[in-house]
Design a protein around this ligand. Structure first.
Ligand SMILES: [Zn+2]
Length: 265
């Protein structure tokens, strides 16, 4: 089986020193590609460098809604410069209203800018939405269907919204949260997604999955993706091979614009 980790953060200071080990273990686990998302301007360059050093790493550039305090005056120019310099996706970007003190207007303005770039440059966009579904839907309705597909990462919304998101050109990505034995909503959501529209991710080094033999460090990494697929497929009653093949094919469809110039592993 082949796998693609559709959303992770390999620049993260908690894991960067072990990246050769992480990439090697991912290769052993048949992870063909890892989509590594920057989160703010000061990790754009590192994310770009990783994609040059490792043929299996595909970069995304964006500003995460948690890190809007880090925005420089030139963030738009910098973002566009990186997007134009590398075969890359956009993200991590989105809306997170979990913190009641968050500046919602700024989050919306920054996210809408990322969405416009995704339309203009025809790049896949890697979207984070937490506790902001109504506003997200409002923005989607205003902007219209994506020109090339994007994804909602580590989906936490209701199953009922999924057909509408699919109609806007969005894929739905599932992380280790689907392995939580208490997680019912996310399993119901996974059952609802079209076979052609679900993908898998680790969000490494975060969202450590519920594994039979967990690592003491609890630092997640892409090699855990097949175990996530194993548990997720069992929970929705689909054969592991069929489930994994769909997830892989769907990720390839999503991220093929990033594969230019990448040699096969
Ligand atoms: Zn993330």
């Amino acid at each position: 089986m082949n796998f693609i980790d559709s959303h992770c953060h390999l620049h993260d200071p908690r894991i960067i020193s072990d990246l050769s080990g992480i990439a090697g273990r991912a290769r052993t686990a048949d992870i063909q590609y890892m989509v590594s998302c920057a989160t703010m301007e000061n990790n754009f360059e590192l994310t770009a460098q990783l994609s040059k050093d490792f043929s299996s790493i595909l970069p995304c550039f964006g500003i995460h809604p948690w890190f809007l305090d880090s925005l420089s005056d030139q963030w738009k120019e910098r973002l566009e410069q990186y997007l134009l310099s590398y075969p890359s996706g956009i993200g991590e970007t989105g809306l997170d209203f979990t913190d009641k003190m968050a500046d919602r207007d700024l989050q919306m303005a920054v996210f809408e800018h990322h969405l416009r770039l995704a339309m203009e440059l025809e790049r896949p966009i890697n979207i984070h939405i937490r506790n902001a579904w109504d506003v997200f839907i409002h923005i989607l309705k205003k902007m219209g269907k994506l020109k090339v597909p994007g994804l909602i990462h580590s989906y936490s919304g209701s199953a009922d919204m999924i057909p509408m998101f699919e109609s806007y050109g969005l894929y739905i990505s599932f992380s280790g949260s689907v392995t939580n034995p208490k997680a019912k909503k996310v399993v119901t959501a996974l059952k609802r997604v079209s076979k052609e529209r679900f993908v898998l991710e680790t969000d490494a080094p975060d969202i450590y999955p519920y594994l039979p033999e967990p690592q003491a460090s609890q630092l997640n990494e892409p090699e855990n993706l097949p175990a996530i697929a194993q548990i997720a497929s069992r929970r929705i009653g689909m054969e592991f091979e069929e489930f994994s093949r769909h997830a892989y094919d769907n990720s390839l469809n999503l991220f093929h614009p990033l594969l230019q110039g990448k040699k096969d592993n």
